[in-house]
Design a protein around this ligand. Structure first.
Ligand code: HEM
Length: 429
């Protein structure tokens, strides 16, 4: 069974799935030419073939141990749960060490597809499904164990009064568990196992449950879509050109220093997306708001998703093709370091007694409670995330439909080797 490092994961799965897509593509062409009766059997055959070529989740694992934690530059899995925990009153460094030893050991087992020592449903651990467990530390952990090591940016973000309607239920936290996997059952089991280990030390502050399309339903490497239907994640730092090393891990970049080698930071913004008022806008208005096409995510000045947006281009009337208020114009970096790794997940909560249409600015009502768990990884949130968010708060057409309702910042410690635990350097000097 192959254990894959986050880096090797994309390439190995991509080749398999490209084959699958090619097979399905050829099949569809042939089907169009065939009679109705023939097309049914051809379709069934294609389906069988494609099913057998989906990577079995039981075989896919992401290495837990390493210099850096997994789950950050790992290709996004289909499901995610973000759990913010608060430490019990009186927690001291010794208790933190015990907590992180237990959590690290359990996480390593689960990511390897093995049950933890006291797993009461060990069969559920067998399908790792690319599970990653990533830990984040809030201010309090530093205050208790290593005040001198606390990064100066580790505090709530400045207020963005123009847009924020933050609810305490989704803010802050002392310790973050970010769990991602391609199977929801795996995630539920991992969540329960880890919380059982943590129970003596913590209370649960909030849980955010997110999803992308199901595993196998998209070509690996394909940029995900959000619930507005937009291709979301096109312009992002990449492994291939070293930009993830620079802007996420602070290697070879002037003006950014990681708080610890192998460490980084996470900003989580819970952003309500009003699908009722989004329904009222037509396709050209939706594309104008972002500056990209809905069909394939190409900039309005280009044809293909990864064409560079031309922010200078004007139309026959002399107006900018990508509007002054378009999201991608406002979010584009003004300084080289203003780059972040976005790895967002969608949320869609059940709506009790759903009815009616919610109005502009509402964060409840209507028939949806949907949005984005916007996750941004960067060396320094104040230098990288905040200037972008400031520009967007001042002017961004997307604000017509979106409202930030939660906000948290965490320091992500480096990974560790077998026998060690996450945070060890911090707690034991
Ligand atoms: C619900 C809220 C949001 C939605 C629906 C959204 C959607 C999008 C979409 C569709 C794109 C274009 C495709 C791409 O490059 O990914 C984009 C780009 C981008 N977004 Fe957002 N976004 C949201 C919030 C934010 C926030 C809060 C930030 C940061 C503060 C942000 C930063 C960016 C950046 C940096 C880009 C790339 C800009 C460039 O082309 O240089 N977005 N977003």
């Amino acid at each position: 069974m192959a254990e894959q490092t986050p880096d090797s994961l994309t390439s190995s799965i991509t080749s398999r799935s490209t084959t699958r897509r090619a097979v399905v593509g050829v099949g569809l062409g042939a089907v169009a030419l065939a009679t109705a009766a023939c097309s049914t059997s051809a379709g069934q055959q294609e389906e069988k073939q494609s099913q057998s070529e989906v990577t079995p989740l039981v075989d896919t694992r992401v290495a837990f141990y390493g210099k850096r934690q997994a789950g950050i530059d790992t290709p996004a899995q289909a499901h995610a749960v973000f759990i913010a925990l608060d430490l019990c009153e009186g927690t001291n460094t010794q208790a933190l060490i015990r907590l992180m030893r237990v959590l690290t050991a359990d996480a390593a087992k689960l990511c390897a597809g093995e049950p933890s020592l006291v797993d009461q449903e060990p069969e559920l651990a067998a399908v790792a499904a690319n599970l990653t467990v990533t830990f984040g530390f809030g201010e309090k952990i530093f205050d208790i164990a290593a005040p001198a090591a606390k990064p100066q940016w580790l505090k709530p973000l400045p207020a963005f009064d123009e847009i924020d309607r933050l609810e305490d239920a989704w803010n802050d936290g002392d310790l973050l568990l970010q769990l991602c996997a391609n199977d929801r059952m795996t995630l539920a089991h991992a969540q329960r196992t880890l919380l059982k280990g943590a129970r003596p030390f913590v209370t649960v502050r909030w849980v955010q449950d997110g999803f992308l399309r199901a595993h196998g339903s998209e070509k690996p490497g394909e940029t995900p879509r959000n619930l507005f239907g937009q291709v979301d994640g096109t312009v992002n730092p990449r492994q291939e050109d070293g930009t993830i090393d620079r802007y996420v891990w602070g290697e070879n970049v002037e003006g950014l220093t990681p708080w610890v080698p192998g460490g980084t930071s996470l900003v989580i913004r819970r952003i309500h997306m009003n699908l009722d008022t989004w329904d009222l806008s037509d396709r050209p208005a939706r594309e104008d708001a972002v500056g990209r096409k809905l069909s394939n995510g190409a900039p309005l000045t280009g044809e293909h998703e990864h064409d560079k947006a031309d922010l200078e281009a004007v139309n026959e009337l002399g107006f900018e093709v990508i509007a002054p208020y378009a999201h991608i114009r406002r979010a584009a970096p003004e300084k080289d370091i203003e780059r972040i790794l976005r790895r967002p997940y969608n949320y869609d909560l059940p709506v009790a007694a759903a009815s009616g249409i919610s109005q502009h600015g509402d964060t409840a009502g209507g028939i949806s409670q949907s949005g984005l768990i916007f996750c941004s990884y960067q060396v320094d949130p104040l230098a990288q995330f905040v200037p972008i968010q400031r520009r967007l708060a001042t002017l961004d057409m997307l604000n017509t439909w979106t409202v930030p309702i939660g906000s948290a910042v965490f320091a992500l410690p480096p990974g560790c080797a077998p026998g060690q635990y996450i945070g060890q350097q911090l707690f034991e000097g």
